[in-house]
Design a protein around this ligand. Structure first.
Ligand code: SF4
Length: 313
């Protein structure tokens, strides 16, 4: 390997298992506290989940909700879909503007396979699910995760963007696979894959909403620290207030390394030109925003005016 080639066998996360555990817990708690309530997230029926996955490939999620409900009203089980006339399923698909009609044919065929080859019970591993007509690796893994909690870490465009920004994972498919696998808590593919995709969809979109979405990874995030929010699918810096975010990120990262710091020691650690206009008044304002956002706590020193700041527990 030359110096310029990325080391794709080792994820940047592998070095610090405590940080990985904290990041896992923070993301799951963030997801469980609040997430978009799509109805397929409330079921573990592999058939219903497969339908939602196939519909979502071409159509915005908000529009999929109605089509998914109607589809399941019409054909509530794999057996009922298998016994329907294929033309009816295709007509439903085009009537709901769900994109390529071949997908309807494949779903009908997959339902027939489940009935005839698997005795009506869906296979439970990503490998076996890929035997179904029209089910590729991504969809097979999603069904294995969400129906059976038995999948691998999902790597899609959203997940790549998150991993690239948060953990500085090189833009390389093998590196993304390795990092995503290292990060997923063992045996928790259902909640984990939902959570990391939610993070990419809600907080870490092309223009990230780190603070407004309360991203649980700000403390570890490389992009939040450096202010560089480009990503494989975001080649130029998204237009928002980058530099202030950058300093917020540096405060969070610096305080992650120290239990607490007085402002006079924190300032020079986050900017080389600390002082004057960019001195204590500037830092107090930045810290005050972070306190308002629930990220920092401050203590007033009793024998001086100095503030001491720390990460909020
Ligand atoms: S802090 Fe911002 S850039 Fe980093 S993972 Fe969160 S939303 Fe993405």
């Amino acid at each position: 390997m030359t110096e310029s080639e990325p080391d794709t066998d080792r994820s940047p996360l592998a070095a610090d298992s405590d940080a990985v555990e904290s990041a896992q817990q923070a993301l799951i708690e963030w997801y469980e506290a609040d997430h978009r309530a799509y109805p397929w997230r409330k079921t573990d029926d592999p058939y219903a989940i497969l339908i939602s996955e196939v519909m979502s490939q071409q159509t915005q999620l908000d529009r999929v909700v109605e089509a998914w409900d109607d589809f399941l009203d019409e054909w509530p089980t794999a057996a009922s879909l298998a016994s329907a006339a294929r033309g009816e399923v295709v007509a439903f698909w085009s009537g709901h503007s769900l994109g390529y009609n071949n997908r309807a044919k494949y779903l009908h065929e997959a339902a027939t396979q489940v009935v005839t080859d698997y005795d009506g019970a869906f296979p439970e591993t990503p490998e076996a699910l890929q035997e179904l007509m029209g089910v590729g690796p991504y969809t097979a893994n999603a069904v294995a995760s969400f129906a059976f909690n038995n999948g691998n870490a999902v790597v899609d465009t959203n997940v790549k963007r998150v991993l690239y920004r948060a953990f500085d994972v090189p833009d390389d498919d093998t590196a993304f696979e390795t990092a995503a696998g290292d990060l997923m808590p063992e045996g928790r593919s259902r909640v984990w894959n939902n959570a990391i995709m939610e993070l990419g969809g809600v907080a870490c979109g092309k223009t990230p909403e780190c603070d407004t979405a309360g991203c649980p990874w700000r403390q570890w995030c490389h992009a939040y620290e450096t202010g560089d929010f480009t990503a494989p699918d975001v080649p130029t810096q998204p237009s928002f207030e980058g530099s202030r975010r950058q300093f917020r990120g540096r405060v969070i990262r610096t305080l992650g390394e120290y239990d607490e710091l007085p402002l006079s020691e924190l300032g020079p650690r986050i900017r080389v030109d600390y002082g004057g206009e960019t001195g204590e008044p500037w830092l107090r304002e930045l810290v005050s925003d972070l306190v308002d956002d629930g990220l920092l706590a401050v203590d007033e020193e009793t024998d001086s005016d100095e503030l001491t700041v720390r990460l909020r527990e």
